[in-house]
Design a protein around this ligand. Structure first.
Ligand code: ATP
Ligand code: MG
Length: 239
């Protein structure tokens, strides 16, 4: 298993003001899965993603990533694991305005200490994989929302992460642009990437292969996505 969450819980605050955002949540994700996390606002989706993404620690419970317990790792080790194993895509793209497309994509590699020339080669390949080679030297402000999100996806991919985490990646996009971005996630899944995507939109979740449902900080469902059977092509008879 790539990821094993065992009774993860997260409480914020103390005493009367305490909020339990996540309650005793357990599940596993295998390599190559495409999982959607669904649930109403406030149900704990982002809390869960932040813990899986090693941006936050659970109050209790354990998390294993690629066979390694990450729950108690010291801060610097955690950052190293995050940088090596995880790629993030957010609703708000989070591109740096004063850096070009390619420079934004290179950033995770800068933190990994990869040499400049190699960074450029990897960033160009990631940019090509999202179909935006012609925007390499543009500023984020010159790109459409959908293009900015594709750049953010290229940035998430550039370090060849074990797991891509996306929190409402199409939340700010119109339906046509969303469909293109979701098509890109499906293509990444097809070539073997493991993806966990948070959404409150059933149409978005339908692009995944498995849905984890949350309510009031609990996991209340874990089902495969019913795939619409593709009509069989009429057999072509050779002349
Ligand atoms: N830093 C915090 N301090 C206190 N409470 C918090 C904090 N972050 C989240 N919460 C609370 O935890 C609960 C779960 O929040 P979370 O952000 O995980 O929800 P969500 O499912 O991602 O919602 P949305 O769909 O609106 O993004 C909410 O009740 C929220 O108010
Ligand atoms: Mg959220």
């Amino acid at each position: 298993m790539l990821l094993v969450a065992d009774r993860l819980a997260r409480r914020y605050g103390e005493g009367d003001a305490a909020v339990t955002a996540l309650r005793e949540t357990s599940f596993s994700i295998a390599e190559g899965e495409f999982v959607a996390v669904m649930g109403p606002s406030g149900s704990g989706k982002s809390t869960l993603m932040n813990i899986i993404g090693l941006l936050d620690r659970p109050t209790s419970g354990t998390l294993m990533l690629a066979g390694q317990s990450v729950t108690k790792l010291p801060h610097d080790r955690l950052s190293a694991v995050r940088n090596r194993r995880l790629g993030f895509v957010f609703q708000s793209y989070n591109l740096l305005a004063r850096h070009t497309t390619l420079e934004n994509i290179e950033l995770p590699l800068v933190y990994s200490g990869i040499a400049r020339k190699r960074r450029r080669v990897l960033a160009e390949a990631a940019l090509a994989s999202v179909g935006l080679t012609h925007r390499a030297h543009h500023w984020p402000g010159e790109l459409s929302g959908g293009e900015q999100q594709r750049v953010a996806i290229a940035r998430a991919l550039v370090s060849n992460p074990d797991l891509i985490l996306a929190d409402e990646p199409t939340g700010a996009l119109d339906s046509v642009t969303s469909a293109a971005v979701l098509g890109l996630f499906q293509e990444l899944h097809r070539v073997g990437h493991t993806i966990v995507l948070v959404t409150h939109d059933p149409q978005v979740a339908a692009h995944a292969r498995r849905v984890l449902r949350m309510r009031d900080g609990r996991l209340i469902g874990d089902e495969p996505v019913a795939t619409t059977p593709v009509a069989a092509e009429p057999e072509v008879v050779p002349p």
